[in-house]
Each structure stands twice: as C-alpha cells, then as structure tokens.
Design a binder for this molecule. Structure first.
Ligand code: ATP
Ligand code: MG
Length: 430
C-alpha cells in the first residue's frame, strides 16, 4: 500500500513541517480568526463539481483546464452512466461563484464577504511548494466596486501573511484594464515576440501562439526584455483612475508595495486590479498569495452583473515560510500536565482532569502509569505550560500542587476550589 505521488498525509509531530498536523491546526486557526476579524464569513462547497463550473471561467487554454484537472466519469456495469464530466476542484473562486448564484446570496445581502479553506487538486509536477493535493485559503468580496474593498483585501492578505510570522515578502500590484485593453496588450505582445523571435525559446512560442498573455504570466521572467509592451500602455482612463486610487490608499495606510506592469494572472477571469504577494525565500515557487478583480465571472455564469474581487493563498507555502516563533507557539498547546505518584492516585488525578477540561483547559494525563519522575519529565518535553503533581501529601489533603513551568512558581490549591482558584494561578484564564 502506498500513498499517491504528489499527495501527503498530515499527522502529529511529522518531521516535515507541511505534514505536521499540530502546526497545520495552529496556522489554520490563526488564519480563520484573522478572516473573522475582517468580518468574512465561511462558505463550504463540495470538492467535486461539474467540469463546466471550471472551464466556463478559468479559460480553456490555461494550464489548469488543459492539463491539470482530475476529471472522471461515472461507470455502472462497465458502462458510462451519463456523459457528465465531474472533476476535483482545482481552485475555489469558480465554486464560490457557482454557489453564490445557485443560492441567490445576492438577494439576501448586497455585498457578500466570503472565505473558504480546503483542498484543491491539480495534476502538475510535484516539487517543493507544489503538490497535487494542496490547500488554499481564499477570500472573495462579491457585490461592490468600492475601492476600499480592494484595499481591505490587500490589507487582509498582508495580515494573513504576517500572522504566520513571515516578514520577508513583497506585495506586487498592477492594473490589467478591461477586456479591450487585454486584447490590445495580447496583440502587441504577439507583434513584439515575433520581432524578437531569435531570442525566444521554441517552447515559449507554443505558449505565445495559444495566448500571449500566458507568456507574460509564465515565461517573461526568463528574458530581459525592457521594452516589451505592458498593460499600463493600454488601460482606459477609468482603469487608470482606479489604479491611482488604490495606490493612494495603500500609501496612506503604510502598506508597502511594488508596481509591476508585467503582472498578469494565469486565469481568464481577471480585470483591472491584480496583485500577488511573493517571497524570495520560497525559491522557484515564489508566490504565496494571488488575486484580483473579476467583474465578468458572475455574468459568465448566467448571473447578474456583479463586481467582485478576491484572492487565494497556498497554505503549504504559508507553512513552509512560517517563523520559528510561530512553530514554537503551535506546540504550546497543553495547559496542564497532571502527574500522579502512585497508580492508586489515578482516580483522583482523573477527577482533577475532568474538572479542568470542563472549564476549557487542555489537560494531559497518561493513564498507563509510569514512574513519577518520568511523568514530570514528560510535562517538560510536551511543552505543558503548567504541571500539576499529586503526591502522598496532596492525596491526603485532597489538594493539588501546581507549578508554572516558565517561572517555576508553585501553588497548592484544594480540589474542591479548583474552578475558582485556578483562575488566580493560571496565566491563561479560560
Ligand atoms: P503558480 O504560478 O505557483 O503555479 P498559480 O498562478 O497557479 O501559481 P493560483 O491558481 O493563483 O496559483 O493559486 C494561488 C496560490 O495557491 C498560489 O500562489 C500558491 O500559493 C498556491 N498554489 C497554487 N498551485 C499550488 C500547488 N500545486 N501546490 C501548492 N500550492 C499551490
Ligand atoms: Mg499553477
């Protein structure tokens, strides 16, 4: 029995950070709590969708649709039951928009701020920072064109990244304009690359022939073309105005960013604002978070014209970059380790545990008795914040001894007063 290539198990105490469930859990919790701070609400959609959900919006000549999707048909008695192609979702925006429309979320509220978190599937070459099942967190704002929502999203993106202790990152922004400007840019990139044929690899010409914008997304970094046409040459005055506004807002709020006029996104549905957050420390897979405005997607799905802006971030890449502080904190989960001196004291120790758990503490007790000293050593090894010991004296007095593992300070409290007295002792009140 073997795990499929590009897939991973995630379990406690793995030596590999992106397979360590304790760290995953900690980071997922801090990401969700940041999203809730910004008042985003969770949307949960199925992992399987009809293929049309994705090829309608993403674009048939993209890598995702043309070669990365896990597609399947349903069989019964060796016959295909119908001709619907299902697939494992490769990204979250199309599913969110499908659900938004099917459930008429726009009728309940004019503006919906939604987030999702979960596995995505793409059949691509697996390597560090790139897996076939990977996890994304995404945030989408549907129903408004207000520039402050664009600001809110970028600011949230930056906060999510800081939340994982990453400080070595850059925000890049660009405006790609509307469909007319993109068509013009495509045409000009095609002309430019034709004129510079001898400098460009044949394999990149395959990309250019299909869609010159993909060349900007995937291959431009390989060449040093200073004079290649850029989006800012073709955007309308409205797009330019919006771009100036977001730049202004970011500046005023001290969010650092670089303007990158060669930034285009790999999916078809974007217009005007696009942005990415990158880190050099990631090596070749340098994008942590990417997003932009996609005002045409809802109407492409048959819905009313709806202004939308969103982003998605790769959770593995966040975890790979997480700071040692965050990693350490993820392991400070245990509030109390309860150690008992003799097997006979187990029942009393267990009662203490139950009472502490009831008021919300994380409590560890080892029921398979081991030597008292070994238990005390375990408390330290497991990073427990406090150690409770129940020795002969405590047992007789029906009390417990509590030691703060960082300061070394000790207290004794009566078992019957635990709920009240523990609050004065523990530095993490529940
Ligand atoms: P890339 O250029 O790295 O292929 P992308 O443009 O395909 O990224 P998006 O579809 O915009 O990526 O997804 C947003 C984020 O999801 C990426 O910035 C990255 O952090 C993460 N991501 C995308 N594909 C993978 C993958 N195969 N494995 C791990 N993370 C991924
Ligand atoms: Mg990709």
């Amino acid at each position: 029995m073997k795990l499929i290539k590009g897939f991973r198990d995630i379990f406690p105490y793995s030596d590999n950070v992106i397979e360590d469930s304790v760290l995953w859990n900690f980071i997922e919790k801090s990401i969700s709590s940041k999203l809730e701070n910004y008042n985003f609400e969770k949307i949960i959609t199925p992992i399987i969708e009809n293929k049309t959900t994705f090829n309608t919006g993403i674009g048939n000549d993209t890598d995702i649709i043309s070669k990365e999707m896990y597609e399947f048909l349903l069989y019964k008695d060796s016959q295909v039951t119908n001709d619907i192609i299902y697939c494992l979702r490769p990204e979250g925006t199309a599913s969110t928009v499908r659900s938004y429309l099917e459930n008429s979320l726009f009728k309940r509220r004019k503006i919906n701020k939604l987030y999702y978190m979960g596995p995505m599937f793409r059949y691509e070459r697996s390597q560090k920072g790139r897996y076939r099942q990977f996890y994304q967190v995404g945030a989408e704002i549907l129903g408004s064109k207000d520039i402050f929502y664009e600001f809110e999203l970028i600011s949230l993106g930056v906060d999510l990244i800081k939340e994982t202790g990453i400080d070595d990152f850059v925000v890049e922004i660009n405006s790609i304009g509307d469909i007319n400007s993109l068509n013009k840019l495509s045409e000009e990139v095609r002309n430019f690359t034709n004129k510079n044929k001898e400098k460009i690899q044949d394999s990149d010409f395959e990309i250019i022939n299909k869609n010159p914008l993909r060349f900007l997304d995937k291959a431009i970094h390989k060449y040093n073309f200073e004079d290649i046409p850029k989006s800012s040459d073709f955007i309308s005055s409205d797009s330019k105005l919006r771009f100036d506004e977001i730049i202004n807002l970011l500046d005023k709020n001290n969010i650092k960013f670089n303007i990158n006029h060669q930034l285009v996104r790999g999916l078809d549905y974007y217009n005007d604002l696009v942005f990415e957050i990158k880190s050099d420390s990631l090596g070749a897979q340098d994008t942590i978070l990417a997003g932009g405005r996609y005002d045409k997607l809802v109407s492409k799905f048959g819905g009313p014209e709806t202004f939308c802006v969103g982003f998605a971030a790769g959770i593995e890449r966040l975890i790979l970059l997480s700071s040692s502080d965050v990693r350490k904190k993820a392991y400070e989960r245990i509030d109390f380790y309860v150690a008992y001196q003799k097997p006979d004291f187990k029942e009393f120790a267990n009662e203490v545990c139950s009472r502490l758990r009831k008021i919300g503490f994380n409590v560890l007790i080892e029921y398979e008795f081991k030597n008292f000293v070994k238990q005390i050593k375990s408390a330290d090894k497991m990073n427990s914040k406090m150690l409770i010991t129940i020795g002969e004296e405590e047992m007789n007095a029906k009390s417990i001894k509590i030691k703060d593992m960082s300061s070394g300070k000790e207290d004794i409290i009566k078992n019957k007063n635990i709920e009240k007295d523990i609050k004065n002792i523990s530095n993490n009140e529940k």
